[in-house]
Design a protein around this ligand. Structure first.
Ligand code: ADP
Ligand code: ZN
Ligand code: MG
Length: 479
């Protein structure tokens, strides 16, 4: 048999930190960073005798996520204790949800090779994050930082509906964008706001039962996830082809060697001894609360896309890129409102802004300037105040130290030369310095004008108005 005779099966458990101001069971801030152990109190440090109080916003955000992913919302739900020992978990149990999660039976739609496919969501539940162990920052030994302990998470569990690393990539991007649109999580991957446990198995095509799965925990880069899935599927197929069998185990993905390594045997739910948390009351969700949250949902990406195509007359290609991130989409709409030139704004986002983000390894949420500032930049080009090559320099400057583009060009003296007299002076100078090009033009080589305009732009460091140059060169050369 060969590689092609197998099918890959993947299911994801995605953890997303919620952007509530305070933690899930106390009033400590959820803010990332800060000196170790400064965002904690007796509750999140698990002092004996303290009692948790559920943050209502956490429930609201989780329901929002459930509604945005087509889930059924429970009318009654509860918190359970998941018992395990680890130094970053001072209570020795995590408050999570076991058999009565807030949301169930949803789906997220992705588009694979032009076809829509629904990826089922088994459930979305709320839980608390653990603290963090710093292994090498303070010399020998590890120290615990509990700033993250008690930060609210939702866990989004997918059905084993994914069939390739490509589908996983599309699914994760879609999920991230949904969470950004509904503003329940900032989804900053580098800060660990979005991370996934990746379950992978393989089976012969046509086989009904799933194969045994392995699980790679806590992955926080889309690129690594794709690589890890491809490697792990390949490894499993090889084991099976050699007559072996797959052990159900937890693996660690190593990005440097590009391989997976066994970490521990997979634990089962029974190992955790789940039981209802006696310190917390049941969560009742009224129809009214559900309806209010439903009404608060913002316009979702698909609807924005329709609008971009119909209202702004943008190509579908542009629209897809713009809606892929809420930050792109908001930037686009805001800037277009200011300058009334949708296609120009879209081009800036798709080309120069994306390029800059890629080079600096930034995400759309890191764009430092405002939509108004981008809109004003487009206005300056449209009015002819600056050329598009100067505009690129202005954009660079906006990334470095965001301020109004008008201010930037004044400070830098980058205003376009559009004065007829000044342009004529440059044109005459360039003609005189390039007799060969002039001769070429007279001999019928129209392209020579382009060269001369280029020389004039160089001479003026990109500040001359290229349309005026072109016109005046033709006038002079045809004299
Ligand atoms: P846990 O990993 O916590 O024991 P579950 O049994 O609910 O939890 O499964 C977790 C994830 O594993 C789900 O996303 C599910 O889709 C996925 N999964 C289950 N069986 C398989 C399989 N055979 N191959 C790939 N993924 C699987
Ligand atoms: Zn606290
Ligand atoms: Mg799991």
């Amino acid at each position: 048999m060969s590689r092609e005779d197998y099918e890959i099966v993947i299911g994801l458990e995605v953890h997303s930190e919620l952007s509530t101001k305070t933690k899930i069971f106390c009033s400590c801030p959820t803010e990332f960073g800060g000196e170790p152990n400064t965002h904690c109190c007796p509750v999140c440090m698990a002092m004996p005798g303290t009692l948790p109080v559920l943050n209502e916003k956490v429930v609201e955000y989780a329901i929002k996520a459930g509604l945005a992913t087509n889930c059924e919302i429970a009318s009654i739900s509860k918190n359970d204790r998941k018992n395990y020992f680890y130094p970053d978990l001072p209570k020795a149990y995590q408050i999570s949800q076991y058999d009565m999660p807030l949301c169930e039976h949803g789906y997220v739609e992705i588009e694979v090779g032009g076809e829509k496919k629904k990826i089922g969501l088994t459930r979305i539940h709320i839980e608390e994050d653990a603290g963090k162990l710093n292994h090498d920052d303070y010399g020998r030994g590890s120290l615990v930082d509990l700033n993250r302990a008690g930060v609210p998470l939702i866990e989004i569990v997918s059905e084993p509906d994914l069939r390739s690393s490509e589908e996983v990539d599309l699914y994760l991007k879609k999920l991230k964008s949904i969470l950004e649109y509904i503003e329940v999580s900032d989804c900053k991957m580098q800060e660990g706001s979005l991370r996934a446990d990746v379950n992978v198995s393989v089976r012969k095509k046509g086989q009904k039962e799933f194969g045994t799965r392995t699980e790679m925990k806590n992955m926080n880069s889309f690129k690594s996830i794709v690589r890890a899935i491809d490697y792990e599927a390949e490894r499993q197929i090889e084991v099976l082809e050699d007559g072996g069998k797959i052990d159900q185990e937890t693996l660690r993905w190593d990005d440097v060697s590009g391989k997976t390594f066994p970490m521990r045997d997979k634990e089962d739910a029974q190992d955790y001894r789940y039981f209802p948390d006696p310190d917390l009351v049941a969560i009742k969700i009224s129809e009214e609360m559900k309806e209010n949250i439903r009404k608060s949902l913002p316009e979702m990406p698909e609807s924005r896309k329709e609008r971009y195509i119909n209202e702004y007359k943008l190509p579908e290609y542009d629209s897809n890129i713009l809606i892929s991130s809420k930050y792109f989409s908001d930037l686009f709409e805001g800037a277009t409102k200011v300058c009334n030139n949708a296609k120009a704004v879209s081009n800036w986002i798709m080309t120069d802004i994306t390029k800059e983000l890629n080079e600096k390894e930034l995400e759309p949420s890191d764009i430092p300037f405002t939509a108004d500032e981008l809109g004003n930049l487009v206005i300056l080009i449209d009015k002819g105040t600056i050329s598009s090559s100067i505009a690129k320099k202005v954009l660079d400057e906006m990334f470095k130290e965001p301020r109004d583009p008008q201010k930037i060009i004044e400070e830098k003296g980058w205003v376009q030369i559009s004065d007829e007299g000044a342009i004529k002076e440059i044109v005459l100078k360039i003609i005189e310095a390039n007799p060969q090009s002039v001769a070429d033009f007279k001999a019928g080589k129209d392209k020579a004008v382009g060269f001369l305009v280029g020389q004039a732009m160089k001479e003026t460091k990109g500040k001359a108005n290229p349309q005026m140059l072109n016109k005046m060169f033709l006038e002079e050369l045809n004299k």
